[in-house]
Design a protein around this ligand. Sequence first.
Ligand code: FES
Length: 123
Amino acid sequence: TSPEKVLLHFINRNGEKFSVTAKEGQSLLEVVVNQNLSIDGFGACEGTLACSTCHLIFEEEAFRKLGAVSDEELDMLDLAFGLTDTSRLGCQVHVKKWMDGLTLHVPREVSDIRKELEVEKQS
Ligand code: FES
């Protein structure tokens, strides 16, 4: 059987809305990249849990359904700007059938941890 198609909505920083059809099993980072969504700076570390730029905010109910967050993801989330109680890293969340119609918010601020470390090194 072919993977289920799941409709997802992304609300970008400026309020712009992207509605895309994702495939079950893809990570949300893959969805953004494959669909060429213009979310500035998203997924800078390509899903290697090193940047937190793939930070997405979920609706509360959906967040609860996602289940446990790994320690590695939590560590990286801690460094994300604008962290909320329903924040996750998009590269660590995979599309599920129940997500059909889900809206994901891109946080207003983004930080690429690697860039900040660079700056610290230089000063
Ligand atoms: Fe860098 Fe997810 S893409 S942590």
